[in-house]
Design a protein around this ligand. Structure first.
Ligand code: 6LW
Length: 541
């Protein structure tokens, strides 16, 4: 047979289509039927979600971590990839002086006519603002501050006439019951970039003891308005309630099934608590799903802070029913009816062989100048006088702790002649609650700070310039080891408790991180510490 050009293309395309089909078949064979909650583990509170075509985007609050507001992308609602941050330029925000539980509160992500909107609050800085982007991975605009918008938890909704409406929380002056709050509605004129027209309180929550009514999202479903909000505060009593109206400005009637989702009725022994602060999304296949925050509790403690969970929602009339017949967050459940789309997992060991830090790395507050560089596969961190105890940016680079059993290790090269200079590994929750395993001039030192009381808990001689430092978390226990190679690691100090970084005791809202920290303890310095690699992994695997 004579093979001319077009028959070659034809045969080639048959082979290609066969191999593509095979790849899809393989994929289908490997697709699990169920997924595991949480879908984003570790520090991922206050989730908000939107869909654009077949793509889903999810954001979380970040308080004083910078870059702020991570943007995750998914095609199947189960596998998520970090693609950028809403706040990643120093001129967008100033977080100096803020406590760890202040800064960027709950954000809402929405998409309307080619533009992505993120709206949120900066607590103890300038209040409510929004930013916009054409591409969700960025760049995002500078903040547009809404000076006359009280309270927290802003959300946006576009009505059929194209007008944009703001809903938010507000505290109440003349409370009829303790911690009574209201949800208000006003038009946001996106051309004038300000709130216009009348403002109206839509509800104070579904019951006459509803506390901390907040986290509202307004949806238009089949021509009716449904306001979903959180009540009870972000702890044990957290709950979601919904309120319905056939007109935008109300009246909004509380659904008889309220609260539509809560774990408060399970009490403080429940393994998943504090379920609330949710956002709904309808898939291209007409399924409804809801992302909420929740806390996993181990022996009464939450070391991983608030995480993001996913639940299936069916509507019975106007009422959203969560996980039909179950009414609670499930550990494991059937996947959404969406094509399975896992991402290539990020390497657990960062070898620092890119020009830029990977997106997962964060600072506490906004760096005033670049204090690190990446050269020839090493991350060099300049020692700065600032320490983490102050409410300022210091030489600290951390990533989220996402597992109850984890190991974090790093290879450090650090030489100094000065007593005040330190470089090492940090487990950080707040400026008052952390562990440090630091190399000094001739010693290694383990430091614990709990409720602001800072103490040295172990000190040993160490003369070499290179050292591997390691922290291993096992539920509520943490062990620290060191060595000149991975084969000869020795323990430093006793087994200590991760209650230091668990919720409570001054730890509120934000989450926990592990990473690298260097300081010259309030004195100027020209010294650098060099990190060869940093490995963070799930120890259960
Ligand atoms: C957030 C509020 C909440 O703004 O906690 O759980 C606050 N819900 O809605 C801080 O994350």
């Amino acid at each position: 047979m004579k093979i001319n050009h077009s028959s070659f293309i034809y045969i080639f395309s048959i082979i290609l289509s066969f191999s593509i089909t095979n790849a899809q078949n393989d994929n289908t064979e490997n697709t699990p039927n169920t997924f595991q909650n949480p879908i984003l583990s570790g520090y991922h509170p206050d989730p908000s979600i939107c869909r654009v075509g077949d793509d889903y985007y999810l954001v979380n609050s970040t308080f004083i971590w910078y870059p702020g507001i991570p943007i995750y992308h998914s095609k199947d609602l189960v596998n998520w990839k970090l693609i950028g941050h809403g706040i990643n330029r120093p001129n967008q925000i100033n977080l100096d002086g803020l406590e760890d539980r202040q800064g960027i509160y709950a954000a809402t992500i929405r998409y309307y006519e080619g533009i992505f909107y993120l709206i949120t609050t900066c607590i103890n800085c300038e209040g409510n603002f929004y930013i916009t982007a054409k591409d969700p991975s960025g760049p995002w605009s500078n903040p547009i501050w809404l000076k006359d918008a009280p309270g927290i938890d802003p959300s946006l909704m576009w009505d059929d006439d194209g007008k944009c409406y703001y809903t938010g929380h507000t505290p109440i002056d003349d409370e009829m019951w303790p911690t009574q709050c209201g949800i208000w509605l006003q038009e946001l004129d996106l051309k004038q970039k300000k709130l216009v027209g009348n403002r109206k309180i839509l509800t104070y929550g579904h019951a006459n003891n509803a506390s901390y009514t907040e986290g509202p999202h307004l949806y238009k479903i089949d021509g009716n308005y449904m306001l979903m909000l959180s009540e009870g505060g972000t702890g044990l009593y957290h709950a979601l309630s919904v309120h319905h109206s056939d007109s935008l400005w109300g009246p909004y009637n509380a659904d008889m099934i309220n609260p539509v989702l809560s774990h408060r009725q399970f009490g403080n022994k429940s393994p998943i608590q504090a379920v609330g602060h949710g956002d709904l999304v309808k898939t291209q296949n007409d399924e409804w799903w809801c992302v909420t925050l929740g806390k996993r509790v181990i022996d009464g403690q939450t070391t991983l802070a608030r995480e993001t969970f996913l639940s299936r929602v069916h509507f019975e009339g106007k009422t959203p029913i969560f996980n039909n017949g179950k009414g609670k967050i499930l550990d494991k459940q059937e996947n959404p009816n969406l094509p399975w789309f896992p991402f290539v997992p990020e390497p657990v060991k960062d070898q620092f062989n890119q020009d830029e830090l990977a997106l997962k790395w964060c600072f506490i507050r906004v760096p005033k100048k670049q204090f690190y560089d990446i050269k020839k596969g090493k991350l060099n961190i300049k020692l700065q006088p600032n320490t983490i105890d102050k409410r300022l940016n210091s030489s600290l680079i951390i990533q989220r702790i996402e597992h109850h059993k984890f190991s974090a290790s790093t290879k450090l090269s650090f030489k100094t002649k000065k007593e005040n200079e330190q470089a090492g590994l940090i487990i950080y929750r707040t400026n008052e609650n952390y562990y440090l395993l630091m190399k000094e001039k001739k010693e290694l030192v383990l430091i614990k700070s709990f409720k602001g009381v800072k103490e040295e808990i172990a000190r040993i001689p160490y003369n070499k310039s290179k050292v591997i430092l390691k922290a291993e978390g096992d539920n509520l226990n943490i062990n620290f080891t060191y060595g000149s190679s991975l084969n000869e690691m020795k323990k430093i100090g006793d087994t200590h408790s991760l209650i230091v970084i668990a919720d409570g005791n001054g730890n509120q809202f934000n989450g926990t991180g592990v990473g690298m920290y260097t300081t010259s303890n309030n004195k100027t310095s020209n010294t650098n510490a060099s990190y060869d690699w940093f490995e963070y992994k799930d120890n259960k695997l």
